[in-house]
Design a protein around this ligand. Structure first.
Ligand SMILES: Nc1ncnc2c1ncn2[C@@H]1O[C@H](COP(=O)(O)OP(=O)(O)OP(=O)(O)O)[C@@H](O)[C@H]1O
Length: 209
């Protein structure tokens, strides 16, 4: 039978020095999943993302990922940008386009930036400086930057942690739309309401388990 697994992990363990962060972790992420990773502070959620991104080699177990790094978009926890941050939304998104020696964008790259702005409901903020945006808009610009290269997998590490309720759902609705259109999502969160509303599968990490 043909499998649509993007990630297959078996019996993973990560240890730092003698401290076991987690062990016996098995999971599969399939194309189209909205895959949630939950667990208390320090249970290894971010460490597991770093294993998926091949930044950390597990001390035991195997992990297979069918995607190249270029096919994965990543949104870390919210990082604020000061009000004097000089780039507008379009320029900020362009930073993630493949670096090359010529300093202009191709027509296709312009289309990619426009598509990322549209997908994150920021069409009318194209020339707004990111530093002057609200927290929710800033996080949607980060999201736009992560999807500008049209990744197959989007990884989000507590993307709504410091946002108010309305901004939180605006960000999550955008992520859900991307998921409905075919982008697989891995989502770390402490928020059970978000997991219940948006998740299709959940991996629970416990201390050392
Ligand atoms: N490179 C490292 N070297 C040593 N210890 C590390 C390293 N990276 C993470 N740790 C430790 O591993 C544990 C798990 O960290 P991690 O950030 O993965 O947890 P988390 O579940 O994402 O936590 P939180 O919910 O607070 O973000 C922590 O105790 C952390 O200090």
């Amino acid at each position: 039978m043909k499998t649509s697994n993007l990630i297959t992990a078996h019996d993973l363990e990560v240890k730092f020095d003698s401290q076991i962060i987690f062990q016996n972790v098995d999971f599969q992420v399939q194309k189209g999943d909205f895959f949630c990773i939950v667990g208390p502070n320090g249970s290894g959620k971010t460490t597991l993302l770093r294993v998926i991104l091949k930044e950390i080699v597990p001390t035991l177990g195997t992990i297979q990922c069918a995607l190249a790094k270029s096919q994965i978009g990543y949104v870390p926890q919210f990082r604020n940008l000061e009000t004097d941050f000089p780039l507008d939304a379009a320029a900020f998104i362009e930073l993630k386009l493949t670096q090359k020696w010529w300093p202009w964008l191709t027509a296709q790259e312009h289309d990619q930036v426009q598509a990322a702005l549209r997908a994150t409901h920021l069409d009318n903020k194209r020339t707004t400086r990111v530093g002057q945006m609200s927290g929710g808009e800033k996080q949607r610009v980060y999201l736009a930057q992560a999807i500008v290269n049209q990744p197959q997998l989007l990884i989000l590490d507590e993307p709504t942690a410091s946002l108010d309720v309305q901004a939180k759902y605006e960000v999550m609705d955008v992520v859900q739309e991307l998921n409905t259109q075919g982008t697989t999502v891995i989502f770390i969160s402490h928020d059970p309401q978000l997991i219940k509303k948006y998740g299709t599968k959940t991996l629970q990490l416990g201390k050392g388990e």
